[in-house]
Design a protein around this ligand. Structure first.
Ligand SMILES: Nc1ncnc2c1ncn2[C@@H]1O[C@H](COP(=O)(O)OP(=O)(O)OP(=O)(O)O)[C@@H](O)[C@H]1O
Ligand SMILES: [Mg+2]
Length: 454
């Protein structure tokens, strides 16, 4: 555009807003930013809601390295003219410059939703590369679920991603998927589910939801599964933390990470914070007695106590094979104050578990009660191994015959003979702890299970 001609026209009508805007734009196109700014300012003085001019001023500020000023102005502009797509797009660019990835993503999406033609592949790629993808979470089965209500934004989201926490917002397992364990379910209902569902009622009795439940028992008997199912039963955020995740990180930073984890949970209360393999904290007590590990334990205790911030509405769930390795301080009131033994499934529970494992598989002549009789001492995981082996046998035969062969009761019985129950070994060491280090009856349930106590 001929700038001189425009300016001549402007001399004749100095208050002509469209003309002023054109002159400003011409200057901008020639990289004469100071002049451009002068004319845009005049436009806005005459017409304070001139979107294009306001946007251009923000753009010029950003170019001049004053991105935070630009951001402030854009925020106002987007509030006043929320359908102004180009303003949202510039906001996305500036958020990106300021490394506010999740905001950049949000603004970008808003812009493109308003005006498809603004789609900018390069910017989008940059945002995605920085981790601002459609926010997702891993479910326990390893699937990705889209998280439309990801509990965190901005820096929190980055922290959460860094910590590689597992969030579960969409339940994938429920109590009905856990066979037996009625007593454990009842305890969890009482200690976790009811308090979260009826906070007022509990408050009336002077009780706050909070504190911790520790599940312990032989491997493969459903502790981790039970924790996942708890997540499925509640309408609260669920965070799963493998403690090794915390410990693995270079030692000095671990306490800070632990603190961040608790802080994230507190912010999204009501929430359940699940520490699996809690004994990792006590992996080697002698080592942990030394400063670094000791600090971490102390930090954990302080967080459990809510020393720095109240844990209202944050419930702690832990699972371990070796509760005796856990520092006794964890078991005090307000910390893991309910310790629940998760025994191997009894015959009734084994029937239930067998039915769960059989679900969705082609089975024939399958008698759950019969299988339960043949699998004394089996854990839920052992039962799954039985099904896996029998399924393999059926598959083999199907391949050979070239037709569909169901998993038969006979195949299951055969597999039950081959799979060795894995819980006995655990009881050998548990028995010693229960007999000789039964802290105030902590392991009475184990003794009862072994028939050593009535
Ligand atoms: N009560 C149960 N109902 C249904 N399936 C079960 C049950 N218990 C165990 N299983 C099966 O065994 C698998 C292993 O169980 P899980 O991981 O919960 O054991 P765990 O007690 O956490 O063991 P570990 O102490 O080794 O961590 C489950 O994924 C599930 O397939
Ligand atoms: Mg487990």
């Amino acid at each position: 555009m001929d700038l001189e001609a425009l300016k001549a026209a402007l001399a004749a009508s100095p208050e002509n807003v469209p003309l002023l805007a054109l002159v400003a734009k011409s200057h901008e196109e020639r990289f004469e930013f100071a002049d451009a700014r002068k004319f845009y300012d005049r436009v806005v003085a005459l017409q304070p809601d001139h979107g294009e001019a306001l946007l251009a001023i923000a753009r010029l500020l950003d170019l001049a390295g004053e991105s935070s000023q630009a951001a402030v102005r854009l925020e106002v502009l987007c509030e006043q003219q929320p359908r102004f797509a180009a303003a949202w797009l510039l906001r996305a660019r500036i958020a990106m410059e300021e490394s506010d990835i999740s905001a950049a993503r949000e603004f970008y999406d808003t812009a493109v939703d308003l005006d498809r033609s603004l789609a900018d592949e390069e910017l989008l790629r940059e945002i995605l590369k920085a981790g601002g993808g459609k926010r997702v979470a891993h479910t326990s089965s390893g699937d990705l679920v889209e998280e439309d209500d990801f509990p965190f934004e901005g820096l929190d989201a980055v922290a959460a991603r860094d910590l590689d926490l597992e969030f579960r917002l969409k339940p994938d397992v429920k109590f009905e998927d856990v066979g037996g364990m009625e007593k454990v379910k009842d305890e969890i209902r009482m200690k976790i589910i009811h308090p979260l569902k009826n906070p007022e009622l509990f408050a009336a009795y002077g009780r706050k939801p909070g504190g911790g439940v520790l599940l312990y028992g032989p491997p493969g008997c459903g502790k981790t599964l039970m924790a996942r199912a708890t997540a499925g039963e509640i309408n609260a955020s669920f965070f799963s933390v493998g403690l090794h995740q915390v410990l693995d990180m270079y030692i000095g930073g671990s306490e800070q990470k632990l603190h961040t984890i608790f802080e994230l949970a507190r912010k999204s209360a009501p929430a359940v914070l699940f520490f699996d393999e809690t004994d990792a904290l006590a992996a080697d007590r002698r080592d942990l007695r030394q400063s670094a590990g000791r600090n971490l334990i102390n930090q954990f205790l302080a967080e459990l106590d809510g020393a720095q911030a109240a844990n209202d509405g944050v419930l702690i769930l832990g699972a371990t094979n070796a509760p005796w390795h856990l520092d006794g301080a964890f078991l005090r009131p307000g910390r893991f104050d309910r310790v629940i033994f998760v025994p191997p499934p009894d015959a009734g529970a084994r029937q239930e578990i067998a039915k769960i494992h059989a679900k969705g598989k082609p089975v024939a002549d399958f008698d759950p009660a019969d299988l339960a009789k043949r699998t004394d001492g089996f854990s839920g995981a052992d039962l799954r191994a039985v099904f896996d082996q029998a399924t393999e046998a059926a598959l083999n035969e199907a391949m050979r015959k070239g037709s569909m062969i169901p998993v038969s009761g006979k195949m299951l019985s055969k597999a039950a003979k081959e799979v060795k129950p894995s819980t006995r070994k655990w009881f050998e060491s548990a028995k010693n702890h229960a007999l000789y280090a039964n802290q105030g009856g902590l392991y009475d349930d184990v003794l009862t299970y072994l028939g050593l106590k009535k």
